[in-house]
Structures are given as structure tokens and as C-alpha cells.
Ligand binder design. Structure first.
Ligand code: INI
Length: 163
């Protein structure tokens, strides 16, 4: 039998990715993006906005992320799509609607297209908690980049469905 594993440095120069970022709570999401870019750049990708390897798509908020992620993943142009958003609990039930829809939507985008779609959505009670995860203590954006590299590599190694 075989053990399948993705790595972080497979054909780095030929990878294509898309990153979808919510503008809502941009103070947080722009930091997640910076962490994610730092990871991808240090693994050898060209992360420049006018480069050939990564397309960036900004959307109003996390609610809109899955629609766009699905479109990008279905295009067949990307080895992985990374979604970055920050949903912060306020005094209204909005948090529950937005966080539930974006998590279901991202999972669906991935299942329906067969393309890895990384769930890089912070869901926190406070802005302080979100900022701590976006650079003050740790930057989870870095890990989201790593997940995209690993999954892009793994998906190329797994068997495909029989004809
Ligand atoms: N969008 C977020 O990304 N994070 C939030 O915390 C948030 N809250 O709490 O309202 C949020 N709302 C906007 C939403 O994603 C849509 O952009 C908006 O409802 C328009 O469809």
C-alpha cells in the first residue's frame, strides 16, 4: 500500500493560486494576507500582484467569499484557492449567519470542484482575539499558505477517478 503526502516545494514555479480576501475587518484580513504572502514567497512563489502565479480578488465581506471561491476553483486555472476573512462577534446574530454560510460555502466550493479551497476565516469573539491571530501573537495567514501548498501538492499525487 502507499502513503500519500503533500510537500511544500513541489513544482513551486509552476503553481497557480487565487486568494480571495474580505474587505470587512480589513485591519485583520490585510494582516492575514501579508502572513500568507510571506509564507508563499519564502517557499519560492512570486506573490507580486502583477505576477503570473497569484491572482487576488477582494470581496465586500466573508459572506461573498464562497461564491467567488467557487467561480475561481471551477475555472480550472488554479491549483488552490485561499479564502481569507474575519468574522467578529458583535451584539447581533449577524456573526452566526455569516460564519455559518462562509464555512458551508467554502466546503461546497471545494467538494464541487475538486480543487483545494483553504478555509482561512477567523471567527472570534473580539477584535483583540482576531488581531492576536493575525500577527500580534501569531499570524494564521502563514499556516493558510502552507495548507494551500501542501494540498496543491497532495492533489496531484492522489489517484483520479477511473474512466
Ligand atoms: N463580514 C465579515 O467578513 N465579517 C464580519 O464580522 C461581518 N459582520 O459581523 O457583519 C461581516 N458582514 C458583512 C457580510 O460578510 C456581507 O459582506 C454583507 O452582509 C453583504 O452581503
Amino acid at each position: 500500500m502507499t502513503t500519500f503526502e503533500g510537500t511544500y516545494n513541489d513544482n513551486i514555479q509552476t503553481l497557480r493560486m487565487a486568494i480571495v480576501i474580505g474587505r470587512f475587518n480589513d485591519l485583520v484580513t490585510s494582516k492575514l494576507l501579508a502572513g500568507c504572502q510571506d509564507c508563499l514567497r519564502r517557499h519560492g512563489m512570486d506573490v507580486s500582484t502583477d505576477g503570473e502565479q497569484i491572482d487576488y480578488v477582494w470581496v465586500p465581506g466573508s459572506f461573498e467569499i464562497s461564491l467567488v471561491a467557487k467561480r475561481l476553483a471551477a475555472s480550472g486555472q488554479y491549483d488552490a484557492v485561499i479564502c481569507l476573512g474575519a468574522v467578529i462577534r458583535g451584539d447581533t446574530p449577524h456573526f452566526d449567519y455569516v460564519s455559518s454560510e462562509v464555512s458551508k460555502g467554502i466546503a461546497a466550493a471545494s467538494f464541487q470542484t475538486g480543487v483545494p479551497v483553504v478555509f482561512g476565516i477567523l471567527t472570534t469573539d473580539t477584535m483583540q482575539q482576531a488581531l492576536e491571530r493575525a500577527g500580534i501573537k501569531n499570524n494564521l495567514g502563514w499556516g493558510y499558505g502552507l495548507s494551500a501548498l501542501e494540498m496543491a501538492s497532495l492533489m496531484k499525487k492522489l489517484p483520479t477517478s477511473a474512466p
